[in-house]
Design a protein around this ligand. Structure first.
Ligand SMILES: Cc1ncc(C[n+]2csc(CCOP(=O)(O)OP(=O)(O)O)c2C)c(N)n1
Length: 623
């Protein structure tokens, strides 16, 4: 029986002889690599914290002790060792276990995660409750150097350090976010790790000046002064100490014995503590160590070659966006792009390579990204902030307060709008239409094809006088060919794709246009009108008025939340104009969080695939 098979709870792990922990680590690595090669998932982050996970579960006792993972994408070993080994093959699959920590999945998951930088705030809340309740368990947050670039993490540090309460923050420093980590704190952490160099330089200066007689004394005085100021810069952890944390480290995060020793030593110190550990992302799997960005999160792959299973034939919207940005970067010499640590995901690598001075990775800082980009735009630079729909939620206030209110001509490129698939409810981009529609001064567009995405981005940049949000899905484009030239699209205009006789009007948005059209083709030639509502705001009032007047029944279809969605906008317009169709039905995502699974499976479950739409059209036509 393997060691892994003997462990289904932290208590069982504690029975294992510590001498066998390196064998356990190897078993975990093999198990995770093999399983993730067929489910897909966040491989490299999880491989980097295997020794840490073993040490944590050896020293602490969840669920009494609270273990809080930031993002949660690195918690596969934790899942396996806390009773989810047998379900691990269902990771991220419909009906299976989540790719992140989830309170309703396990009592060992103290906090639900998916978005970055929340762990320190949550840990402080748990610690404060413990203190108020007179309990004495431990609280541990594990945060990566990437997640530490998020402002929220610093809000947590600021508050926790001043509170003086017992909690431990483990900083898992692998110098990587998804891409190479960026920013001043990343540099600071590198300096800490490099401090042996500083120590060496210091002793060498001492040696040399000691040999130089009277003149040497003079140099030694200067050197001491320099050392004092250098110390402030380079003494490990000074930044965290100033925040009120006791700093420990840096230590090797792959040395289980050392991790256990230090964790035990600091466990009972009743203060905010920060333990800095150095790890290698992708540790133990050569392809992932070599290319941690590719293996950060990926689909099925071949274990022996590291090759990812062949992707779809057609390009994705992301790819079309990335290529369009490069072309537009040539056309508009002032064009800048911003990403919040998602250079690869948003398709901006080529733009970065071609126009490095006009590309900005600001770290996991969406709120900052939007304000920063808005100021660039305010000064007359065409700027596109490319941020996933779900992460744009972090920037909501900035969109209102800094962008729309000031009428800043910023373009928000919102990838992964709609159902994203295996990452699940924390990552579905289903609220953007609802949260953006309520804001004045904003144009919301949703392309139904790759060509339309190109033209909408071009129109927004050429227009350069309005705030734009352009949302597009995590999917391939439906186009047979992409039109090479850019063309302006009239703001607020819709397009009738198929004109029927007036029985049923289908108003579809973005990713739903193509399946709606396909579904409608199954009915007799004249029964259905299909419209591409490429602008969610402003709507094409003139066209809508005429169509509402001339159709008996109306159906709206969107890949977004029905509450506050496009359909509600159409219904409100009809009501305002006193037009009352026999039926006005809104199809979209109901008022609930949608689980994880393949995008296609989830769309089918929601009846937002061609077949589901066909059935709904049929039932409305027959009613
Ligand atoms: C608010 C938010 N923005 C972006 C992301 C996407 N994202 C997931 S993990 C990650 C990098 C995290 O880096 P780090 O914390 O250092 O962990 P590592 O993957 O290196 O272990 C990013 C940018 C996210 N989950 N949440």
């Amino acid at each position: 029986m393997s060691l892994l098979e003997q462990i289904s709870s932290p208590a069982e792990l504690k029975n294992i002889d510590t001498e066998k922990f390196s064998q356990l680590a190897q078993e975990l690595r093999d198990f995770i690599i093999s399983s993730v090669s067929s489910t897909g998932g966040h491989l490299a982050p999880s491989l980097g914290v295997i020794e840490l996970t073993i040490a944590l579960l050896y020293v602490y006792s969840p669920p009494e002790d609270k273990i809080i993972w930031d993002v949660g994408h690195q918690s596969y070993a934790y899942k396996i060792l806390t009773g989810r080994r047998e379900k691990f093959h269902t990771l991220r699959q419909l009906g299976g276990i989540s790719g992140f920590n989830n309170r309703s999945e396990s009592q060992y998951d103290a906090w639900g995660v998916g978005h970055a930088s929340t762990s320190i705030s949550a840990a402080l809340g748990f610690a404060m409750n413990r203190d108020l309740a007179g309990q004495n368990h431990n609280v541990v947050a594990i945060i990566g150097d990437g997640a530490l670039t998020g402002g929220l993490a610093f809000e947590g540090l600021n508050n926790a350090g001043a509170s003086g309460t017992e909690m431990l923050v483990i900083l898992n420093d692998n110098t990587m976010s998804i891409s190479k980590n960026v920013g001043a704190v990343a540099k600071y952490l590198t300096d800490i790790v490099a401090s042996p160099f500083y120590q060496k330089v210091k002793s060498e200066i001492w040696d040399i000046t000691g040999k130089a007689g009277e003149l040497g004394k003079y140099f030694r005085t200067i050197a001491r002064k320099m050392e004092d100021s250098l110390k402030n810069l380079i003494v490990p952890g000074m930044l965290f100490e100033q925040f009120g944390f006791e700093y420990y480290g840096p230590i090797d995060g792959h040395d289980t014995g050392e991790l256990i020793r230090v964790l035990r030593e600091i466990k009972d110190i009743k203060k905010p503590k920060l333990l800095h550990i150095i790890t290698k992302k992708g540790k133990g799997f050569q392809p992932a160590e070599k290319d941690a960005t590719k293996f950060h999160g990926l689909g099925k792959f071949n274990i022996s070659t590291g090759e990812v299973e062949k992707e779809a034939e057609k390009p994705t919207y992301t790819k079309i966006f990335g290529a369009a940005m490069v072309e537009l970067g040539e056309k508009f010499k002032d064009l800048c792009t911003t990403t919040a640590a998602m250079e690869v995901g948003t398709g901006l690598c080529e733009f970065h390579k071609k126009f490095p001075e006009r590309f900005f990775d600001v770290g996991i800082a969406e709120n900052h990204a939007v304000v920063f980009s808005a100021a660039l735009a305010a000064e007359g630079r065409r700027t596109v902030a490319a941020i996933y729909s779900t992460f744009m939620q972090r920037a909501y206030d900035a969109i209102i307060h800094d962008v729309a209110l000031q009428k800043i001509p910023l373009v928000l490129a919102m990838d992964r709008a709609g159902i994203v698939g295996e990452d699940g409810p924390t990552h579905h981009g289903i609220f953007d239409i609802s949260y953006l529609r309520a804001i004045p001064n904003i144009i919301i567009a949703a392309p139904s094809s790759g060509t339309q995405l190109r033209n909408l981005i071009f129109t927004a940049l050429d227009d350069f006088s309005n705030t734009w949000a352009i949302r597009y899905p995590r999917s391939t484009i439906p186009d047979e060919d992409i039109e090479e030239n850019f063309e302006r699209i009239e703001i607020g205009s819709w397009e009738i794709l198929k004109r029927g006789s007036g029985e049923l009007l289908v108003l579809a948005v973005g990713s739903m246009v193509h399946p709606a059209l396909e579904a409608a083709q199954n009915f007799s030639e004249n029964s259905i009108t299909v419209v591409d509502c490429r602008f969610v705001k402003p709507i094409d009032e003139e066209m809508l008025f005429e169509l509402l007047k001339s159709h008996e029944k109306v159906i709206t279809i969107e890949e977004g939340s029905l509450l506050g969605g496009f359909g509600e906008g159409v219904a409100a317009f009809a009501q305002e104009k006193n037009i009352f169709p026999k039926i006005l039905k809104n199809i979209g995502i109901p008022d609930e969080f949608i689980t994880f699974g393949k995008r296609d499976e989830l769309l089918k479950m929601l009846s937002l695939d061609t077949d589901g739409i066909f059935k709904q059209l049929k039932s409305i036509l027959q009613s």
